[in-house]
Design a protein around this ligand. Structure first.
Ligand code: PHE
Length: 510
C-alpha cells in the first residue's frame, strides 16, 4: 500500500495550519448565517441544538477529518479509497463534488460582496434609485435593499464574480505557501474588525436588548425538525466539515502534529467567532429596531447595512469595514474549498497544480456565473428575484441542507465500521496531549450516525408532508425545483462514479 506518495508540502508552522483551518471555518456562515438561523429558529432556543450538534458531532468530526489527513497524507477521495477501495473513493468524490456546488455559489456570493464593498464607499448610502425591474420606486432614504437588487439584476455584476474567482486562484496558486501568506493577513484582520463592530453595537442605545433577545429561548420551536436540521447543518457548514477540507489541510501537517488539540483549537476559534458575531449583529439590529428577515443573504446584504445606514456617525467607514470583513472571512474560506478540490484532482490524476487549478477555475467560473444570472424572474420579490438567486436558493437547499449531512453519515460509517474507529483514534492520539478514550469509538460508530440519520429522515418526512422544497415558488418556475434536484443528484453521483473509476497506468493503490 502506498500510504505516503511523493513528499507533500507542509505548513511552515502550527500557526500556519491553525490560521488556515480557522480561516476556512470562519466565513460568511459565522457572520451572517448564524445570526439569521438563530433568529429564524427561535434565538435562544437555537443554542441547545447548536451546542448538542457541536459536542456530539462537530468536535468528533473535526478531529476525525484532521486525523484522516494525518494518517493518509492525501486529500479526501484518496484517503477514503485507502479505507474502502472504490466505494470509499466514490463517497470521497461525492463529498468533493457536493462541496464544489457550494463553492460555486459561495464564490458568486463573494462577488456580490465585492460589489457591495465598492458601493459602501459612497453610492450605497445615497437616497435609493428606482429599480424598474423590481417595481421599486425611488426613495428619499438610502435603501441597501434597492441597491442590492439593482446590482443583482445588472449584467456587469458578473464581472465581480469573475474577479472573486481570480482572487481565489491567485491565493491557492502555490498551495500552502500562498494560502499561508494570505491567511496571515486576513484572519487577524477579521478578528479586529469584528471586535470593533461589537463595541459599536454594544454602545448603541438599547444595543444590549439585542443580546437579551439572542439569549431568550423560545422552546416551542424545538419540536420542528427544521430547527435541528438548521443546527446540524450550521455546525457542519460553519466548521467546514463534510467538504474534505480539513482532511486536505491536515494532509499538509507534519506527521508529529497533535491532532486533538488542533481540532479543538479550530472548533473553539470558529464557534467563539460565531458567538461574538451573533452579539454584534443582534445589538446593531435591535438598537435600530430592525427585525431581521429570516433569509440569510438578506441579513448580510441589506438588513445589516440598513442598520449601519442609521448609525449616528461614520456610516461609510463602518459600512466599508463590514463588507471588508465579509470579504476577508469569505475569501479565507473559499480558498480552502478551491484547495480541497484542486488537491483531490492533483492526487487522483497526478497532474500539475497549475493544470488542476486552470481546470477547477474554468469549470467553477461557469457554474458561479449561473448563480449570478441577472434575469429577473420574480419582480414582486416574493421569492428570490433573479434567476441566479433562485437557482442558488434551490441548490443550497440540497447541497447544504442534505449533502453535508449525508457526507457526515457516510464518513462516520466508513471510519467507524470499515476502517475501525479505534484505528483512527490511534493516529489521533499518537502525538496528542489530550488522548481520546474508547468512548470516542462509541460516538463515531453509534451516536453520530444515529443522530445525523435521524435529522435527515425527519427532514425528508417534513419535506414530503409540506411539499418538496421550491414547489411553492412563483408559478412558472416550479419545475425548476425538480430540475435542480435532479441536476444535483446527477452531478454528484454521476460525477463521483466517473471520477472514482480506476486510472489506467497511474500509481498503484491498495
Ligand atoms: N465554514 C465556512 C463558513 O462558515 C463555509 C465553508 C465551508 C467554507 C466549507 C469553506 C468550506 O462560512
Amino acid at each position: 500500500m502506498q500510504e505516503n506518495p511523493a513528499p507533500r508540502a507542509v505548513w511552515s508552522s502550527k500557526l500556519g495550519f491553525i490560521l488556515a483551518a480557522s480561516g476556512s471555518a470562519i466565513g460568511l456562515g459565522n457572520i451572517v448565517f448564524f445570526g439569521a438561523n438563530a433568529y429564524k429558529y427561535g434565538a435562544g432556543a437555537f443554542y441547545v441544538p447548536y451546542l448538542l450538534a457541536l459536542f456530539f458531532v462537530g468536535l468528533p468530526f473535526m478531529a476525525m477529518e484532521i486525523g484522516l489527513g494525518l494518517r493518509f497524507n492525501r486529500a479526501l477521495p484518496e484517503s477514503l479509497h485507502l479505507i474502502a477501495g472504490r466505494r470509499g473513493e466514490f463517497v470521497g468524490w461525492w463529498g468533493i463534488l457536493n462541496a464544489s456546488v457550494i463553492t460555486t455559489y459561495y464564490i458568486a456570493i463573494l462577488g456580490w460582496v465585492v460589489g457591495m464593498l465598492i458601493g459602501a464607499f459612497g453610492p450605497l448610502w445615497k437616497p435609493s434609485l428606482a429599480v424598474p425591474a423590481f417595481n421599486m420606486a425611488e426613495g428619499a432614504i438610502p435603501n441597501p435593499f434597492a441597491y442590492f437588487f439593482n446590482m443583482l439584476s445588472t449584467p456587469g455584476t458578473l464581472l465581480f464574480v469573475v474577479l472573486a474567482w481570480v482572487l481565489n486562484i491567485i491565493i491557492v496558486w502555490k498551495g500552502t505557501l500562498t494560502i499561508e501568506k494570505a491567511v496571515k493577513v486576513c484572519v487577524p484582520l477579521m478578528w479586529v474588525f469584528m471586535l470593533i463592530l461589537i463595541v459599536r453595537g454594544l454602545t448603541l442605545p438599547n444595543g444590549s436588548q439585542g443580546v437579551r433577545l439572542l439569549f431568550t429561548p423560545n422552546w416551542g420551536v424545538m419540536r420542528n425538525p427544521d430547527v435541528w436540521k438548521g443546527a446540524f447543518g450550521q455546525i457542519f457548514f460553519s466548521l467546514s466539515l463534510g467538504f474534505g477540507i480539513m482532511t486536505a489541510y491536515a494532509s499538509y501537517l507534519p506527521k508529529k502534529s497533535d491532532c486533538n488539540s488542533n481540532a479543538m483549537m479550530v472548533s473553539f476559534l470558529n464557534c467563539g467567532f460565531e458567538f461574538i458575531a451573533g452579539v454584534a449583529i443582534f445589538t446593531i439590529l435591535f438598537s435600530l429596531s430592525i427585525v431581521p428577515k429570516a433569509s440569510t443573504l438578506a441579513m448580510s446584504f441589506f438588513v445589516l447595512p440598513s442598520g449601519i445606514a442609521r448609525f449616528p456617525y461614520g456610516v461609510a467607514t463602518f459600512g466599508v469595514m463590514f463588507f471588508t470583513l465579509l470579504l476577508l472571512a469569505g475569501i479565507s474560506s473559499s480558498v480552502s474549498l478551491v484547495e480541497a478540490l484542486a488537491s483531490s484532482v492533483i492526487d487522483k490524476f497526478r497532474i500539475s497544480r497549475i493544470r488542476a487549478l486552470l481546470f477547477v477555475g474554468s469549470g467553477g467560473v461557469v457554474l458561479s456565473l449561473l448563480f449570478a444570472l441577472p434575469m429577473v424572474v420574480d419582480a414582486s420579490l416574493k421569492d428570490n428575484g433573479t434567476l441566479g438567486l433562485t437557482l442558488l436558493d434551490l441548490s443550497d437547499h440540497w447541497a447544504f441542507g442534505y449533502g453535508l449531512l449525508a457526507m457526515g453519515l457516510a464518513e462516520s460509517i466508513l471510519i467507524g465500521w470499515v476502517l475501525g474507529a479505534g484505528k483512527l483514534r490511534e493516529t489521533m492520539n499518537a502525538n496528542a496531549r489530550i488522548r481520546l478514550g474508547p468512548w470516542f469509538d462509541v460516538l463515531v460508530r453509534f451516536v453520530a450516525p444515529a443522530v445525523v440519520l435521524a435529522v435527515i429522515v425527519a427532514s425528508i418526512a417534513h419535506e414530503v408532508k409540506t411539499g418538496m422544497y421550491g414547489s411553492r415558488m412563483v408559478t412558472g418556475w416550479r419545475p425548476m425545483a425538480a430540475v435542480v434536484l435532479l441536476a444535483w443528484l446527477l452531478f454528484t453521483s454521476g460525477g463521483a462514479f466517473l471520477l472514482s473509476a480506476p486510472q489506467k497506468g497511474k500509481g498503484v493503490r491498495a
